[in-house]
Design a protein around this ligand. Structure first.
Ligand SMILES: O=C(O)C1=C[C@@H](OP(=O)(O)O)[C@@H](O)[C@H](O)C1
Ligand SMILES: C=C(OP(=O)(O)O)C(=O)O
Length: 424
């Protein structure tokens, strides 16, 4: 078991960092580009485990994928993936797996099997599988109904009206939307439950529009007419979730951190994190990127917040809350239990190891801030966001050790180098 010791950082911290491209945008753009006619260039696309796994899966269906220094070139399959009979391994990439399941259902050829890590095969897929089957997809779960591994026979998607539950994940809706332009009949997706993580659906609609596809939304329904994505030269933003760790460093240590390549008008919901930190006592400014600062004399204060729109920010918010005055109540995130690990249980367990009182709720956490945060040996559960959040907490503790630090490769392979830069 490899381990990474985190040295405490004497503030005030003054730093400027850059973070890699957005994982969510990269994976949406990959699907649109793979379905389009012609060659797309995805500038500053994220190169990490998840998008690389998706890119290789798309290449296995006939898309032409070329990795260059800071771009991905994708030659599309014009709406018709070729199923090669191969097994497709998607790691623990939930977004990539849901998107690829819908994309490959458009294809034809020799049936393929989509699978992943043990954890990915425990994560929910049933609402998406049933919706694709209602659209005529030929899918069969090989071990347990509603879960990977799944055999995909392809044959195209009829379209028409389908009802979809999105209380466990917004990715089911994003996956159907992304392939909606290629169903034979107009697609109508009616939501049958409250939608979690709504900003990711807005991101899907924005990227689809960038690639030339229009979606109409009315009340709880989405309408997608048959149309075609256009190949694009597309500039991918920096990842706002990855930026959160370094903005949190400024909040925890005191001082100022600028994420130089995160735009003020980001398409990503998680760009809201700077605003959340300002509610806790930090200052925000925008110029060359986004800057968060906190005067060491101004204590952090706890907040009561519904994080249902921003699930990936919860581990980062939780470690900031560990040092905030009073209680921080995080609500509205029952779907955190379906991520790379059960993040509510994981965050509560690991914070308690650091001497931080935590009450775990069905849908959130109550965290009692303390000035006496202890270092501990942090189990990361092979979850990149647990590793990165607790690494940042380690800046204000003594003796924090992160186990299995390599799991950051999922979304932020150079995280440890960027963290090291804070000590310069
Ligand atoms: O659509 C996306 O790119 C994502 C959606 C979110 O999942 P849920 O919609 O399941 O909350 C988020 O946790 C994930 O990291 C990326
Ligand atoms: C949950 C995440 O990703 P995914 O659902 O794509 O595995 C994440 O990046 O935090």
């Amino acid at each position: 078991m490899t381990r990474k010791e985190i040295k405490p950082l004497d503030g005030p911290l003054i730093a400027q960092v850059k973070v890699p491209g957005s994982k969510s945008i990269t994976q949406r753009a990959l699907i649109c580009a793979a379905l389009a006619e012609g060659e797309s260039i995805l500038e500053d696309a994220l190169r990490s485990e998840d998008p690389d796994l998706l890119a290789h899966a798309l290449a296995a269906t006939g898309a032409k994928v070329e990795f260059s220094e800071n771009a991905l070139r994708i030659g599309g399959v014009v709406g018709s993936p070729r199923l090669s009979g191969k097994e497709i391994f998607m790691g623990n990439n939930g977004t990539g797996a849901r998107f690829f399941l819908a994309y490959s259902s458009l294809g034809k050829g020799t049936p393929i099997v989509l699978t992943g890590t043990k954890r990915l095969c425990e994560r929910p897929f049933k609402p998406l599988i049933e919706a694709l089957q209602a659209w005529g997809a030929s899918l069969s779960c090989l071990k347990k109904e509603g879960f990977l591994p799944i055999k995909i026979t392809g044959g195209g998607l009829l379209g028409g009206e389908v009802s979809l539950s999105v209380s466990e994940s917004s990715q089911f809706l994003s996956a159907l939307l992304l392939v909606g332009p290629y169903t034979r009949e107009p697609a109508v997706i009616k939501l049958s439950s409250p939608l979690v993580s709504r900003p990711y659906v807005d991101l899907t609609l924005a990227i689809m529009k960038n690639f030339g596809a229009e979606v109409e939304e009315k009340e709880e329904s989405f309408f997608v007419k048959p149309q075609k994505y256009q190949a694009r030269h597309y500039q991918i933003e920096a990842d706002a979730s990855s930026a959160s760790y370094f903005l949190a460093a400024a909040a925890l240590v005191g001082g100022k951190v600028t994420v130089a390549n995160l735009p003020k008008d980001s398409l990503q919901g998680d760009a809201a994190f700077a605003g959340i930190l300002s509610r806790m006592g930090c200052e925000i400014s925008y110029g060359q990127g986004v800057t968060v600062s906190r005067d060491p004399e101004t204590p952090l204060r706890g907040i009561d917040i519904n994080m249902g729109r921003y699930p990936d920010l919860v581990p980062t918010l939780a470690v900031v809350a560990a040092k905030a005055r009073g209680k921080t109540i995080i609500r509205g995130v029952p779907h955190l239990r379906f991520k790379e690990t059960d993040r509510l249980k994981a965050v509560a367990t690991e914070l308690r190891k650091c001497g931080v009182p935590v009450e775990e709720l069905e849908d959130g956490l109550i965290i009692e801030g303390t000035d006496n945060i202890k270092g501990a040996e942090i189990e990361t559960y092979d979850d990149h966001r647990i590793a990165m959040a607790f690494a940042i907490l380690g800046l204000v503790a003594h003796g924090m050790v992160i186990l299995n630090p390599g799991c950051v490769a999922k979304s932020f392979p150079n995280f440890w180098e960027v963290l090291e830069g804070l000590y310069q």
